[in-house]
Design a protein around this ligand. Sequence first.
Ligand code: TRP
Ligand code: ZN
Length: 878
Amino acid sequence: MRTENAPVIRLEDYEPSPFLIDRVDLDVRLHPTATRVTAALALRPNPHGRAEAPLVLDGDEVNLKGLSLDGQPLPAEAFVASPKGLTIARPPQQPFTLTIETEINPTANTKLMGLYRSNGNYCTQCEADGFRRITYFLDRPDVLAVYTTRIEADRDEAPVLLGNGNPVEAGIIEGTNRHYAVWHDPHPKPSYLFALVGGKLGKVGKSFTTMSGRNVDLGVYVEPGKEDRADYALDALERSMRWDERVFGREYDLDVFNIVAVSDFNMGAMENKGLNIFNDKYVLASSETATDTDYANIEAIIAHEYFHNWSGNRVTCRDWFQLCLKEGLTVFRDQEFSSDERSRAVHRISEVKVLRSRQFSEDAGPLAHPVRPTQYSEINNFYTATVYEKGAEVIRMLKTIIGDADFRRGMDLYFDRCDGTAATVEDFLGAFAEVTGRDLSHFSRWYAQSGTPRVTVKGDYDPKAQTYTLSFKQETPSTPGQNQKSPMVIPVALGLVAEDGKPIDAACNRVDENGVFIFEKGEDSLTFTNVTSRPVPSLFRGFSAPVKISFDLPDSDLLSLLRHDSDAFNRWQATQSLAMRILVRLSKGETVGQEEFDNLARALRAFVESDGEKDPAFAALVLSLPSESDIAQELASNIDPDAIHTARLTLRQRIGQECAAPLQGLLQSLATSGRYSPDAKSAGRRALRNVALGVIADADKALGEKLAREQFNAATNMTDQLASLSVLATIPGQAREDALAAFETQYKDEPLVLDKWFTLQAMIPESETLERVKMLMGHKAFSLSNPNRVRALVGSFSMLNQSQFNRADGAGYDLLADVVLRVDELNPQLSARLLTAFSAWRMMENTRRARAQNTLLRIRQKPDLSRDASDIVQRTLD
Ligand code: TRP
Ligand code: ZN
């Protein structure tokens, strides 16, 4: 058992670093097991830091090989060094150069932090605190330095050598088999943005001319032979650069921009200055190996990392509590980019689905924390949906409240004023307060208060007075460490719709010209005058605030919103709300009248007939029911995942019976012919056809199986092939096993495609899945050391297969625990992520809850459990 408790780091304890580093000269001699790093650090006391302080450098598994100060070797009594740090008790009080030589072993590095190897290639990951695994350093984001990096390697082992900034020199070392490259990055940056790559890589590239006419060489580096799969990423990069110039006025600032795809990576991608490193899953795409969703993710993540060049790199974070300053803002920027490149309404619905399933659940559970946390023991556990997704929603609300023009002026001021600095949330909001003259202190509560506010609404129509009154009440539930909650500033975008669909020309002076009402007290009400007929209110249009809404609109009103609302988001929401009403009651074992099923199913049928062809991508979303975990969240206690699964199946069957005929028509009329194109319009047609296939199978297994087999055999792209396979996967029998085997054979040499195959099998909602998952863990393509493989199989099983992970016998929990305990020895970030699957345990019915708790206690017992994993287990149990 762990004896020491990990130290807690608090926002209120922030102090500037006693020393600053102006320049870093690195010399890295790559070697598989003994890489030598020489770092010359130009240090000086920080005029704003504590005077006469010792110099304390961070380290993590580094071996000191040499140390000198201004060229003189430092005597042993002048410093204390261990793999975890290096302290010089009495450093000079004027500028000095400290030269540190360390040795590290990239081959033994399974944590994938610092310098490691993936498929034999060398690469780095330094955010949040990986640089200290390369050399001793002031490894904190408010220490900004100019880096020059010399990389040396064996010419055969690593013919390509890449670093941050611009290439300045390269050559071979005479008489040896080694070569080197020197890179210089003129922009001061924190250590977490450092990167280097060395290996055998193929390249696609093109040149880009910036808005001021400068030339930039763009390059995407991938495994040799896969260059043709990098074209889409390169294209997305170019579009991202153009978009940031056009929409935010932001220009790129180096002569080169490189992206490298690696196979072993803890997250999606990393925004290292001028040298983004990506999980290859978010770079490589071809129509045969990537789905439409993969293409959309690649576009979004390429954009996200590129946009960090301004929101993150040019303006970075003072400390890790400010993480949302770069992540929330950059997610907002990538969402806007995708909305502009694709369909805004469809994209907004997808964003909200992600927000609700990941962030709302996080905010309602033991891991809830504010967008800007106030304490942490392991920062890597705070790269969360709350920081990223809710952080983006906060920016979106700010824009809704102050309007587009002031938002842009505020962004410009923020970038100008904070360029080259390590900033805070206060600096960000300060820029908007200044350009608008508004006091944003009440709004800033969104950064400090955790939990999802619940807004309860009542509507009242007075036909005599021709007035309509909406009353609002808000409450935020208590969350870990926060019991007292205060009202938030909630922008409510709204409109009134007449029952017959005509827009209503009513007046209310508290709704601005964009249809937004600012709800900022605990309770408030609005009265519209001149309302000549009973209206149906459309509230939180476009999901204008990240809140839960309680509003007992009659089913018939929701149906008229589906038919008539001008806001696409609320049309979608109307059917989700109707379905949820039925699903909640079915899950609780209550009876639901035939008429209610009929009303929803017939409305969907009418919708498919009127809108299916018009906007297939939107129709595909409308036809998709809330997920099992969405339903669980709505129930919030005494959860029986089997009951939820059955409830959802029941409703799907009824919808299938009603809609199968028009959907079969759409299967024909929406068929795409000719070459595959990943564009949003073509993807939308495929999405609706594939949803249709699923709905048809829900109603008629035999027909579904027949159509799915036909599609599986005829498919010429991964989207259609995988969609048909996932329909087959839900129908037990030989056809399913044959298709799974055929798919495996077809893609045996394609790890990213096999991941889809693992995921699909892990998601089968039947009790045999547990054994299947165990067996697949022995598959030759599976490996506990590769995060994509582990997430595809075990992550999907525990996060996406509610009924089987939460088996009443506890075997699902045991499986996850066993994997977590093994993975934790290799890669603590990965084990900690997997553990978050347990965070809903308290909502389960008694048997499951007890089993989950026992499993968590068992994990906690493990000697030497990593800090990452202990932190999650501890907070989950508290
Ligand atoms: N900053 C990265 C992004 O969101 C994500 C990131 C943080 C990361 N820490 C990481 C990626 C560790 C890989 C490994 O763009
Ligand atoms: Zn990011």
